[in-house]
Design a binder for this molecule. Structure first.
Ligand code: SAM
Length: 248
């Protein structure tokens, strides 16, 4: 049998994923926002706006919302700063340093956001406590995607909406080829130089390529307790936005 030489992978074994992900984000936290905006050419800001537009928060503008895997709180801020918003947003993440950098940067000053350091697979919130939830670039990092989706369904009120923003890969050439050159060659190089972390920006493309395609994610949201699940791709298929309603 010929010997195979699999390329080294930045993906951790499933049992080590949570600890690996937390270590990685705690180490890149100070540079996370800068790299996000530079590496996405600021397109991430438009994606977050679109995600909040899909949340349907206008039906309960004084409600309580969860931004899960909130990191440095950009998505939470995008919702909490909306003019007609009268409620509050809980920004939950299990990496303390990410939340700390979000709060410390001053972007949450005067904005109704409460950070919570918590694991998305065991949220410390009662059943049916939120009027809606968002997750930006978080579900891909969960050690158990289905358990994470079920946990979000648990804490949402019946009729509340979950919006998931996540990377995907474009399907059409020649954009797909160009994109993979950027994603597999340029991004890891720039990411490594700026973050000083050896593998975080290699983990990023590898984790995206190992994540379910949009139709499969939609199916798993339905299996976890969401109905009317719809999805759209953004920016030529670089990312995808899913939303669904907690069945009641
Ligand atoms: C790529 S960052 C996204 C941050 C932010 N939502 C954004 O849009 O920029 C992923 C975040 O998910 C968090 N995360 C990953 N697994 C988690 C888990 N099991 N529980 C809570 N947070 C988790 C990480 O700590 C990290 O802050």
């Amino acid at each position: 049998m010929p010997e195979t030489h699999a390329p080294p992978s930045a993906l951790p074994a499933p049992a080590e994923k949570a600890a690996h992900v937390r270590r990685m984000f705690s180490s890149i936290a100070p540079r996370y926002d800068l790299l996000n905006h530079v590496l996405s050419l600021n397109i991430d800001k438009l994606w977050r706006k679109r995600a909040v537009n899909r949340l349907g928060w206008e039906r309960a503008p004084a409600g309580t919302y969860l931004d899960n895997c909130a990191g440095t709180l950009d998505l939470a801020v995008e919702l909490a700063k909306r003019k007609a918003f009268r409620g509050r947003v809980v920004g939950s993440d299990f990496t303390y340093e990410m939340l700390q950098n979000g709060v410390g940067g001053g972007k949450t000053r005067g904005v109704p956001i409460g950070p919570a350091c918590a694991d998305a697979l065991a949220l410390p919130f009662p059943d049916q406590s939120f009027d809606g939830a968002t997750v930006g670039f978080g579900v891909r990092n969960l050690a158990d995607l289905d358990a994470g989706l079920r946990e979000m369904a648990r804490v949402l009120k019946p009729g509340a909406r979950l919006v998931i923003l996540e990377f995907t890969t474009p399907g059409w050439q020649p954009f797909r080829g160009l994109y993979f050159f950027y994603f597999l060659k340029v991004l890891p190089l720039v990411g490594r130089m700026v973050s000083k972390h050896s593998s975080a920006y290699t983990y990023l493309p590898e984790s995206v390529m190992n994540f379910p395609e949009p139709p499969e994610l939609a199916r798993r949201m339905e299996a976890a307790g969401f109905s009317g699940v719809q999805w759209e791709t953004l920016s030529g298929g670089i990312s995808a936005l899913h939303h669904g309603t907690k069945t009641g």
